[in-house]
Design a protein around this ligand. Structure first.
Ligand code: NAD
Ligand code: USQ
Length: 396
């Protein structure tokens, strides 16, 4: 297949581009490098030393003999360039990672809220509009989030995108399938719920073939391909805005920083290893929906854990201390979560779990690069509202 990877310089996009290229697909990356500029804005870079995109692509060619193309295009702004690329290159599939993906970053200030909404919604609408205008039959696979569902399910398993409801009609009770009600917990997560409506509209109106992968929190760093050369290393975010919980705990353990559990740590979340992320995208691309079919939604996660369980696990492995801090987020301190993921398992996903020993490998990466860490960037200082900010200030 010919595959365009939007956001292919990022944490999930880069290893996905390499994986697809290694599997023999023709791959081109589109990325405006906004994530690297946000590193500068926050004064917090990747723990691993990531090469420039040019060096990454040269290294891939040297190591494997395969070429990955690159275009510096802002999806959502440079519409003509995006459309021209689709028409000139005629991809079979587009994988869409090109969004601002950190919930704390999206909640930092009005500017960050506006940037996240503007960037994410325009990126999604532009790629959809460009596919329609190109006249090509391109399958779009988007990286969505488990967070569109909210995290409280009252004992029910979260289905893959759609909920069967009973409605009263003049002829009695009837069953209907609706898009699962959206319940976002941040402006970032909110943009993903809006993306879902854009997909629903374009699938119905223009018969576009669309897959929305509702992904859990990704942990890990390296994949088979990023391990091939130091210049291919994946990014590892640990700062209070972009670092996700499990990778942060592993890094904190490596530098001797007490693990930063928000509140009692009863938040249950869905997780997936980065190696499984790249495999899931490949599986999704090999099982596209038909033209005219509704949006295909798959829950891209492999296991659920509570934050405090993760902290205990990392503390058990490394001897780290655990700290309970005021929660800067407006979220439930305790929730249960159970998720359906039968579709990707049915296509052959063989999940990597936390028990598989990979945790130690990630801890190893964190230890190797611990000297690059700036400990002042670890605290989560983005608060969801004034009340949360006051509680954090009181505790500080
Ligand atoms: P990332 O920030 O590392 O990568 C996103 C990439 O997209 C960056 O390289 C950035 O420069 C680029 N980009 C952003 N906006 C762009 C635009 N308008 N035009 C061109 N390029 C643009 O994020 P990630 O962790 O790789 O996440 C990728 C996708 O996966 C996101 O949509 C995110 O919502 C989703 N996701 C990530 C996780 C996770 O734990 N990392 C979990 C679930 C879902
Ligand atoms: N948390 C802590 N301590 C920390 C960091 C986080 O207790 O030091 C808690 C948070 O309060 C939250 C949970 O851990 O309850 C998860 O936080 P996170 O930052 O790991 O994940 P989140 O903000 O939900 O976002 C990440 C990705 C996002 C993706 C989402 C998938 O950044 O792109 O969409 O995971 S999901 O969580 O399933 O919605």
């Amino acid at each position: 297949m010919r595959i365009l990877v939007l956001g292919g310089d990022g944490f999930c996009g880069w290893p996905t581009a390499l994986h697809l290229s290694a599997r023999g697909h023709e791959v081109t990356v589109v990325d405006n490098q906004s994530r690297r500029r946000i590193d500068e804005e926050l004064g917090a870079g990747s723990l691993t030393p990531i090469a420039t995109i040019e060096d990454r692509l040269d290294a891939w060619r040297e190591v494997t003999g395969r070429t990955i193309g690159f275009h510096d295009i802002t999806v959502g702004k440079d519409y003509d360039a995006l459309l021209a690329l689709l028409k000139a290159w005629s991809p079979d599939a587009v994988v869409h990672f090109a969004e601002q993906r950190a919930a704390p970053y999206s909640m930092k200030s009005a500017r960050h809220k506006r940037y996240t909404v503007d960037n994410n919604l325009n990126a999604t609408n532009d790629i959809l509009a460009a596919i329609v205008e190109s006249g090509l039959d391109i399958h779009l696979a988007h990286l969505g989030t488990m967070g569109v569902y909210g995290y409280g399910t009252a004992g029910m398993s979260i289905p893959e995108g759609y909920l069967t409801v009973k409605v009263e009609t003049p002829d009695g009770w009837a069953e209907r399938e609706i898009l699962y009600p959206a319940n976002p917990g941040s402006i970032y997560h909110l943009t993903k719920t809006q993306d879902a409506l854009l997909f629903q509209f374009y699938a119905r109106n223009d018969r576009l073939r669309i897959t929305d992968l509702h992904q859990g929190i990704v942990w890990g760093t390296q994949t088979r391909e990023t391990r091939l050369d130091p210049r291919l290393v994946n990014r590892f975010d640990y700062d209070g805005d972009y670092g996700t919980v499990l990778n942060r705990f592993l890094m904190q353990a490596a530098v001797g920083y007490p693990l930063t559990v928000h509140g009692p740590g009863g938040q249950t979340r869905a997780f997936i290893n980065i190696q499984d992320t790249v495999r899931c995208v490949e599986l999704a691309l090999s099982h596209p929906p038909e033209r005219g079919e509704r949006v295909k939604v798959m829950n891209q996660m492999t296991e659920c854990w509570q934050v405090r369980q993760l902290a205990q696990m990392v503390a058990g492995l490394t001897g780290a201390e655990v700290a309970h801090l005021p929660n800067p987020r407006q979220e439930a301190d305790e929730n249960e979560l159970c998720v359906e993921n039968r579709r990707l398992l049915g296509y052959g996903l063989d999940p990597i779990t936390l028990e598989d020993g990979l945790l130690m490998e990630v801890a190893e990466i964190a230890r190797t690069y611990a000297g690059r860490a700036d400990l002042s960037k670890i605290p989560c200082v983005s608060c969801w509202n004034a009340e949360r900010a006051a509680a954090a200030a009181g505790a500080g």
